[in-house]
Design a protein around this ligand. Structure first.
Ligand SMILES: CSCCC(=O)C(=O)COP(=O)(O)O
Ligand code: ZN
Length: 218
């Protein structure tokens, strides 16, 4: 993200992948997420920023573990959503608009994120502290860093949620280290990165970190 205090500072790509390469990364990410059990019953959505102002983003309602090229939409960034676009496409596009260095945004329905979100929604965040795996998050050098993972209430008003997320990351205090992602209570996890590889690393790390927090509570 643009704020220097976040764990999401990323080097901007001078060249984004062409649309076909971005679309293949989306397909492969969905396949791997399905193997982890993170996208049950058509849940989840995935996008990768591509060249020429395009975003490769998943079509709504398809099995994210078995996508083909026609399941990926060629969405112009900053323009009206294409018909058939993911129900949560606005969350992806707002992140790309707010943070020009972001190259990929992944959303999955991880069990620990969904459950912990409901337990922490009143606090508005889950604090990750004391876990070695925090160092998998861009910019984090020690398990001692207190990393804030924001938690938002679930809603069907995606435009309002996009505004809420945008404001939260823009207005966070300078000394707060924010994770490269957020939780929607009772719903799932968003994670992002400078490219698909980094976004996947963040998604995987946050999933395990949240499972560890949940295990500690048990
Ligand atoms: C079937 S899960 C409910 C919708 C959802 O949360 C999700 O992640 C998938 O929505 P999409 O429109 O992107 O398929
Ligand atoms: Zn979802």
């Amino acid at each position: 993200m643009s704020q220097p205090s976040t764990a999401t500072s990323a080097t901007a790509h001078s060249v984004w992948p062409d649309w076909n390469t971005a679309a293949q990364a989306v397909i492969e990410t969905g396949r791997q997420a399905a193997q982890r059990g993170w996208v049950p019953a058509t849940a989840g959505n995935f996008s990768v920023r591509a060249a020429d102002g395009l975003v490769a983003i998943t079509r709504s309602g398809v099995d994210k573990g078995a996508m083909v090229l026609t399941d990926i939409l060629r969405q112009p960034a900053g323009q009206a959503l294409l018909p058939g676009s993911s129900a949560e496409a606005e969350l992806h596009l707002r992140l790309y608009a707010d943070h020009p260095t972001l190259g990929a945004v992944f959303h999955t329905h991880n069990l620990a994120a969904s459950v912990l979100g409901r337990l922490h929604v009143a606090h508005g965040r889950i604090v990750l502290e004391g876990w070695e795996l925090q160092k998998a998050l861009q910019g984090i050098r020690t398990h001692e860093t207190r990393v804030h993972l924001p938690v938002f209430a679930n809603t069907q008003d995606i435009a309002a949620l996009a505004n809420e997320v945008s404001a939260h990351f823009a207005l966070a205090p300078a000394d707060t280290v924010l994770a490269p992602g957020y939780v929607i209570a009772g719903h799932g996890l968003y994670a992002w990165g400078s490219d698909a590889r980094q976004a996947w690393r963040h998604l995987e790390a946050l999933d395990v970190l949240l499972a560890q927090v949940l295990a500690l509570r048990a």
